[in-house]
Unconditional design. Structure first.
Length: 474
């Protein structure tokens, strides 16, 4: 995250060996009408495509080397805008990419929170060689479909097609990273559909070795598979597949990643999909997989060493109160944070319901402006965004010394505008973690790390879930 690149503007980058994703974060309506990205192509030519994407290519072969997706904007309610002007202007070192904003969409009263301008650069030359995929049908032979630019699944002209896909190399996990439970760690595969209709597709983990140059219909019938579930079709264009069934098996237990096997859910139904393969020229249409994992850290540690002190009543039913002295943006951040906690706990198999109430006396977590801080408590520092205070019988207590009935979270509304919607909601979720009994930790990928300590997540992670389990026995 690069803060204050321009007034009220930050830039966030995430990257791996094949992709760089950039997000220009607008905390308020900008004065600028456009943003210019300087693109050093190292002498390679580039062209602007009709769909507003950009291709950087080899001038001798014409093959795509890099691909920049068409940019788009979205707000904190995930409302999208694709009306972004794109110009490509040649310069001495390469090109300027000029992105012109839709001021009408940005200025609309329907916008919620910070706005993000999203763009992504893909390394096409590397991603091609990292994917094995092919398909089989009755009567085929080895190598028949290996190396084609697409693969088929379903029933076409009475012929059943089934497909195989794997990534040749999975990323190496750095020291300190690990796979948590099935709800916190998963594979997320995205497939682009080249046909005009979509079918339900089943996916299986492949438990047998195979090769795209030797697999046949007869051989595939004698292989072992583990059923994972059905894909989620994102409209007609894309299939998205979440594999929650112990992705660590591909790194540890099996010693080899065998990939995924696809078939139509109903092979009596005459329809089929044709997915773009790893050999397709357009990088943005090739299969793409994300691997989600957790970080081994002490984020699960509780407020007291004996793990006995916590909020009375547990986390099964959590009521929260928002004082009217907090502005609408704070209200939105708090409600998002409560939703993040409920979603994370539910995904981990923990029954939890977060409900807003207008009666402070009936709430377990109460949000106030810092101006209502109880007398006798230390004053807020200028750089302090929020503070959680635990109460027993309506008196502040030391959470290391005993359980508490409820918590108050005091918010510095003078400081909070410095944070975008994601970090702001993350700060509210962080303070709610204190209300439950979680202590600070010091890892950038843990919610219970302070924003000033480099926190880059805004939702509860596996460490926070482990802490809740220890404190409340759930």
């Amino acid at each position: 995250m690069y803060e204050s690149v321009l007034p009220e503007t930050n830039i966030r980058y995430t990257m791996d060996c094949l992709h760089v994703n950039g997000e220009i974060v607008l905390n308020n309506v900008p004065e600028e009408d456009c943003y210019i990205l300087n693109l050093d192509t190292k002498g390679l030519p580039a062209r602007l495509n009709e769909d507003k994407s950009i291709t950087v290519y080899d001038p001798e072969t014409g093959e795509e080397e890099f691909y920049i997706k068409a940019p788009f904007m979205y707000d904190e309610n995930l409302e999208e805008c694709h009306n972004i002007g794109v110009e490509l202007v040649e310069t001495e070192i390469g090109y300027d990419v000029i992105l012109t904003l839709d001021k009408e969409w940005i200025s609309s009263p329907d916008r919620v929170g910070s706005l993000l301008l999203d763009y992504e650069i893909s390394n096409s030359s590397q991603s091609t060689s990292n994917i094995d995929d092919t398909y089989v049908h009755p009567g085929d032979y080895a190598k028949q479909h290996w190396g084609e630019i697409s693969w088929k699944v379903g029933v076409q002209n009475g012929q059943v097609h089934r497909a195989f896909l794997r990534f040749v190399e999975l990323p190496t996990l750095p020291a300190g990273y690990y796979f948590g439970d099935n709800h916190q760690s998963y594979l997320h595969l995205k497939l682009v559909n080249g046909t005009t209709t979509t079918i339900n597709i089943q996916e299986y983990g492949i438990d047998s070795a195979w090769s795209p140059d030797t697999i046949t219909w007869n051989k595939h019938n004698n292989m072992n598979y583990t059923y994972y579930g059905d894909s989620f079709a994102f409209g007609v264009e894309r299939h998205q597949i979440w594999v929650h069934d112990q992705p660590q098996r591909y790194y540890t237990e099996k010693g080899q990643y065998h990939g995924l096997y696809f078939k139509s859910t109903d092979e009596t139904y005459q329809d089929w999909n044709q997915m773009y393969s790893g050999n397709y020229s357009g990088a943005s249409s090739r299969p793409y997989m994300e691997i989600h994992y957790a970080i081994l850290d002490k984020g699960y540690e509780c407020m007291d060493a004996n793990e006995k002190c916590h909020m009375s009543g547990g986390v099964t039913f959590v009521s929260y109160y928002i004082h009217p002295g907090l502005n609408s943006r704070m209200e939105n951040l708090i409600e998002n944070a409560a939703a993040y906690w409920q979603q994370a706990l539910n995904k981990a198999g923990i029954s939890a319901t977060f409900t807003r109430t207008n009666d402070a006396l009936k709430s377990k977590i109460r949000f106030y402006d810092k101006g209502l801080l109880d007398k006798g408590l230390p004053a807020f520092g200028s750089g302090e965004a929020a503070r959680t205070v635990q109460y027993y019988q309506h008196l502040p207590i030391n959470p290391w010394e005993g359980n508490w009935d409820y918590s108050k979270i005091f918010i510095n509304q003078d400081y909070m505008p410095r944070l975008d919607g994601y970090d702001g909601a993350g700060t509210m979720a962080h303070e709610m973690g204190h209300a439950f009994g979680l202590n600070h930790t010091y890892n950038s990928y843990a919610l219970m790390t302070q924003i000033g300590g480099g926190r880059v997540v805004y939702k509860p992670q596996s460490g926070e879930i482990a802490g809740i389990r220890k404190l409340y026995g759930v």
